[in-house]
Design a protein around this ligand. Sequence first.
Ligand code: BF8
Ligand code: SF4
Length: 633
Amino acid sequence: TDHSKKSTDPAVQQMLEKAAREGIQTVWDRYQAMRPLCRFGETGLCCRHCLQGPCRINPLGREPRVGICGATADVIVIRGLDRAIAAGAAGHSGHAKHLAHTLKKAAEGRAPDYLVKDKEKLHSVARRLGIVTDGRPENEIALDVARAALADFHEKDTPVTWVTSVLPPDRLEVFSRHGLVPAGIDHEIAEVMHRTSMGCDADASNLLLGGLRCALGDLAGCYMATDLSDILFGTPSPVVTECNLGVLKAGAVNVAVHGHNPVLSDIIVLVAKEMEAEARAAGAQGINVVGICCTGNEVLMRHGISPCTHSVSQEMAIITGALDALVVDYQCIQPAVATVAECLGTTVITTMDMAKITGTTHVDFSEETAVENARQILRLAIESFTRRRGKPVEIPAMKKKVFAGFSVEAILSALGRLDAGDPLKPLIDHLTAGNIRGVCLFAGCNNVKVPQDYNFITTARKLLEQDVLVLASGCSAGALMRHGFMDPASVEELCGGGLKAVLTAIGEANGLGGPLPPVLHVGSCVDNSRAAALAVALAGRLGVDLDRLPVVASAAEAMHEKAVSIGAWAVALGLPTHVGVMLPVSGGPLVHRILTEEVKGLTGGYFILEPDPESATEKLLEAINERRAGLGL
Ligand code: BF8
Ligand code: SF4
């Protein structure tokens, strides 16, 4: 069977063949069973915000044109979008809050398995927040940083510091003017729930402002998660490894960490090394920890752990028959993994109180007993291996080289080899000279509606050829790495002459004997904050606000509410932001116009809603060119 309409990744295609042979249902089968998708939901025209409904508006302009309460199509559509933004913000900031508690417990000596790994980052974050560092013990500083983080969740005398301390004054001025400065992260999420409930805000433009302010709460959550993870687990620097299903090893205890928070996965990686002997005693060739989705990105960036697959193809890791344990925390874990794992003998281990899956094993992971819990988890994996031993597995022999680890610190340090006194200067010079035409951040998920990775690779190919510097995070990074876009050897084939020269010059100045990879992996989805930080640095160096930079963002295969939230803050920061899967807003003509055009008058940014990757690329290039022209380039 031809599986190319489902995924462009040959490893996934091979597993789909196996699934078909063995009668295992996958996400693509469930998608077929769901079609045709509900038109009301697809266009954003249904509302269940009160018990008089559900209401749905006729998408063809016939009756009913308003909800029972009189809410118009536009109001229903934007209320739905705002709630998606709030849900996304809750996910990212919940993850950040978890890290803040971990840092606090570590500083108070209540979580002995965690410590401040990156003192320099601790100091730089503390200084940025206005916390005194001179002559103070590290624990006290860490405690203050953790307290400042937790304080950002509620309303207080000052607005969210993870927004006000990370963005330039010009941008904050724009936000103040339009009432977009978030007062507290949780506060903004709650306010969206309030204002979108029955009988509150019924003005589409005003609802958009509420959504954007909440999205800036999401930015704070992302940025905070990155900062605190770097402090606790180290700031990433370049690493080289391999990815895709071929990184699984038939003879080893294969453990996939899946989900998001390094609070769990970083400890699993460390403890796995310690338990090698135990695994060997059980007849295995050691423990092979691999990553899926964003927690995979976290441990790739910091430890060079191999990512085995991402997002929509997560079931494929299990279908190999070689995965002994799937260890999950929260977010983006398809509940279906429980069923698939049952067929294949994988032990699915949930670890978080707020994210259990019926039919799986739960280990109550807590920071106070992290290493002990990790041992428990890995013992379950070893047991699972002993049951699998000798049974046939099918691991696709497909791997690609990945060169990752591009934190802003790492990028600046690499650039520093060209100009130690002014590391951004080479980047600015190349932008000015046109060797780099602009920058595009690839972000977001795979989505079952798009042949997996197709939009990413189509867009990235064209942008690289046109000398656009490409950064990638989350599952978009996963997609691009599985297709070889993070292997320096593909610079020759993929990059235009200007970009190739720049990547080569930086690579050579750093002793690589060749170029950096075509696409720079900046990390997990919360690490989109790294791209924001880089844009802020560039804007500062150029002396302009963010909305004048030739910088764009693209979530070509977005799936999660978190991706909607990130897209919204990218627009708030002033970036032209492409989404390649229809947002459920087409049923609200005014909302559609606000998002794609009118918001430009507020923030300078706007959404490019374009499912066709070829036209999307054209529009992204146009946006870059327009901005270059605006800067006189
Ligand atoms: O936070 S890209 S599928 S794993 S939501 Fe999820 Fe989407 Fe992947 Fe990461 Ni981000
Ligand atoms: Fe219908 Fe209005 Fe209730 Fe929504 S809030 S379900 S549109 S009556």
